[in-house]
Write a protein that binds this ligand. Structure first.
Ligand code: SF4
Ligand code: SF4
Length: 190
């Protein structure tokens, strides 16, 4: 669990806390001097109740990371990662030639059930409608990279016509297509 301390707290959504969630203690690749682990492996410092055994001295990545659910008010409330299976992260969008970099969001579907998460379609649609670069992430096996791709173009018509069923169908198809994509083993110590 990556509950906040220090300056980062100022930017967090009021009323949302990590609680018993520790999705990022599993889903992140951490390459800090004190801790290296590849995504998909539960951190060895996570206790059975999901609290952190080294909370006071946890690495910098753990001190500074917050998922999108903690940072973005427009993400629907039910999308807390441990409850929804959806991990949202902020990413730098790839700018068009001559454009400034734009903020993007990555919706990583941690499991198949994530497609049924309450608020997923609405949150993805809100990001597309706002013109943000939106990416879909599909984790590989533990220790391997995720598949990730930008999905705005696939969703624009469904979002324009407010067709929630179509948004979910397209997400389902994209997840299925990306699930068998190539993965690379993560060398955390490199
Ligand atoms: S994934 Fe988000 S809500 Fe869950 S522990 Fe990490 S920062 Fe907190
Ligand atoms: S050190 Fe603590 S906060 Fe960081 S990943 Fe491990 S259990 Fe989570």
């Amino acid at each position: 669990m990556f509950d906040s301390d220090g300056l980062a707290e100022r930017n967090l959504v009021e009323g949302r806390s990590c609680g018993a969630c520790n999705v990022c203690c599993v889903a992140l690749t951490i390459k800090d001097p004190e801790l290296q682990k590849a995504q998909g492996y539960r951190c060895g410092h996570a206790r059975r109740d999901n609290s952190c055994a080294i909370y006071a001295t946890r690495p910098q990545t753990c001190r500074t990371f917050h998922c999108g659910w903690r940072l973005l008010k427009w993400l629907r409330e039910p999308l807390r990662p441990d409850r929804s299976g959806v991990l949202v992260r902020i990413s730098g969008g790839k700018p068009e030639p001559g454009e400034a970099p734009r903020l993007g969001v990555v919706f990583t579907l941690l499991n198949k059930a994530a497609l049924k998460a309450d608020g997923l379609a609405e949150s993805v649609a809100a990001a597309v409608a706002a013109g943000m670069p939106v990416f879909l992430g599909i984790p590989g096996p533990p220790g391997y990279t995720s598949a990730q791709g930008q999905i705005n173009a696939f969703l624009e018509h469904a979002v324009c016509t407010k067709d929630k069923a179509a948004v979910l169908r397209i997400l389902r198809e994209l997840r299925a297509a990306g699930s068998s994509g190539p993965r690379t083993r993560i060398g955390v110590l490199s």
